[in-house]
Ligand binder design. Structure first.
Ligand SMILES: [Zn+2]
Length: 284
């Protein structure tokens, strides 16, 4: 599942391939941009902003794309076979003399004036992996909704942008915080945000996403994807529950011992009961 570090690494690689280069082919295969041809235009830079990718052109326009659940950019040497999926799943092709950058299953494919990028990403909180990361501002935004469940608040990209469900779940475990606690009840909110960020920083230069420091499959996460398996720290079986409105993206795992809390949490959270919808409070 794409997280901010996945998009950060993709943007870095895209920037290496495209920055300063003139596009020999620039197709956007979405209905609303079918008439837009980027061929002949020059790429200034490619950057990520949370889970959004911004491909800035030298003529003052930006191509914004988003991975959501299943999107990805693939970079191929000119002439290599494209292997990212069937042709109908391709949403964008940006090709130079040397590289083909092919975007599969991309969402929110939009052209916007570079000076008006804020209209598509201005709502986002501080970027965990951005050069302008601002811990105090992220904390201010989180604390402005003290009754929100912390597991929902950390994923709300309006508070801080970049973390997806994996880093939310693992950050909460590492800090011993129950996902359903109120933001106001989290003793060390600053520590939680910084540890979550550190997990992402540790992984951003590689495709693997290990939070334990162990890259072996099955050993790479503390609790994520480990329902009923013994906690690596205390042996208690890991619980799984659904949190937040977009359940597919928000399946939560936690250790009821390491993340025990005296603070009031929703009783369903303790049993990991599925189908636990909540009012919509998140935005990507
Ligand atoms: Zn435990």
């Amino acid at each position: 599942m794409p997280e901010g570090d996945t998009v950060w690494l993709a943007a870095k690689r895209m920037n290496t391939a495209l920055a300063g280069q003139t596009l020999r082919r620039g197709e956007l295969r979405v209905p609303q941009l079918a008439a837009t041809d980027l061929t002949g235009r020059t790429v200034a830079e490619v950057v990520s902003r949370g889970k959004h990718m911004l491909t800035r052109l030298t003529d003052g326009w930006t191509l914004r794309t988003h991975y959501r659940m299943d999107g990805s950019w693939h970079i191929y040497r000119k002439g290599a076979r494209w292997r990212g999926g069937p042709a109908f799943s391709i949403r964008a092709v940006l090709a130079t003399d040397r590289w083909d950058c092919v975007g599969y299953r991309l969402h929110d494919v939009t052209m916007v004036r570079t000076e008006q990028e804020d209209t598509v990403v201005g709502h986002l909180g501080p970027d965990v992996l951005g050069p302008d990361w601002d811990l105090d501002e992220a904390l201010r935004r989180l604390r402005s909704h003290p009754d929100e469940q912390v597991g929902v608040a950390v994923l709300d990209q309006r508070n801080l942008c970049g973390p997806g469900n994996l880093y939310k779940v693992e950050g909460l475990f590492v800090c011993g915080v129950h996902p359903w606690m109120r933001v106001a009840d989290v003793e060390d909110l600053s520590g939680l945000v910084e540890r979550t960020r550190a997990l992402m920083l540790a992984n951003r230069d590689r495709p693997e996403q290990s939070t334990t420091g162990d890259l072996r499959r099955g050993r790479d996460h503390w609790v994520y994807g480990r329902k009923d398996k013994p906690c690596y720290r205390c042996g208690t079986p890991i619980l799984r529950g659904d949190q937040g409105p977009d359940l597919q993206e928000r399946i939560t795992y936690w250790c009821p011992t390491c993340q025990a809390t005296d603070a009031p949490v929703d009783p369903l959270a303790r049993t990991g009961e599925p189908d636990h919808p909540r009012p919509l409070t998140s935005a990507t």
